[in-house]
Design a protein around this ligand. Structure first.
Ligand code: ZN
Ligand code: ZN
Length: 195
């Protein structure tokens, strides 16, 4: 596959990510570390103290009903902010990115631009090889440990197929006959989980 141009290569990685990186919200919540919940509570308490003080110092303080609405909204915002910091930290780590650098960047760059940057440039998830369990990236064609083909193609029509397909979606060729036994589905590597 060395004749591939960089654009084809990029498109292929994006397509692979779209079919394999199915991130479920509930599962993504689980990677948020405990300290991020602590941070979220600290931010929440802090901002709920600051908002009434700012109101009291204002020459024309807003009505109480408006104050409550503002407090609820900034409260939600700051809790989300604390949890997102923890999420970026863990997510960067499991993608093999510099977790400390990205955590500092999302905190320091104003107007959520750090977060936008992060979600635009984050690396593909690292997966466990279906054959040997070693760590593999979407950028790999083959597993570096066991030579497992990470971008399998149908032997009949040469169209790309997914690891979990039993039949080729294009020509209905039975793919299970060509599969090595003991193959597991592609699963993302989670930090802290046993390999
Ligand atoms: Zn392998
Ligand atoms: Zn086929």
């Amino acid at each position: 596959m060395s004749d591939m141009n960089p654009l084809t290569e990029k498109v292929r990685v994006v397509r692979w990510r779209m079919s394999n990186e199915k991130l479920r919200f509930s599962e993504e919540l689980r990677i948020i570390p405990g300290w991020a919940y602590g941070l979220a509570i600290l931010l929440l308490v802090g901002i709920e103290i600051v908002v009434p003080i700012m109101r009291a110092r204002h020459a024309h303080p807003m009505p109480l009903a408006a104050l409550i609405v503002v407090m609820v909204l900034v409260g939600i915002l700051f809790v989300a902010l604390g949890l997102l910091i923890g999420y970026v930290n863990r997510d960067a780590k499991r993608r093999g990115m510099n977790a400390t650098l990205w955590t500092i960047m999302v905190i320091l760059i104003p107007n959520a631009i750090g977060y936008i940057l992060y979600f635009l440039v984050r690396e593909p998830l690292v997966f466990n090889c279906p054959q040997c369990g070693g760590a593999v990236s979407a950028r790999f064609n083959f597993c570096p440990k066991c030579k497992y083909n990470l971008h399998p193609a149908c032997p009949e029509c040469k169209n790309a197929v997914r690891t979990e397909d039993r039949y080729c979606p294009n020509c209905a060729h039975d793919l299970s006959a060509d599969r090595p036994a003991g193959e597991r589905p592609l699963t993302p590597v989670t930090p802290g989980a046993p390999a």
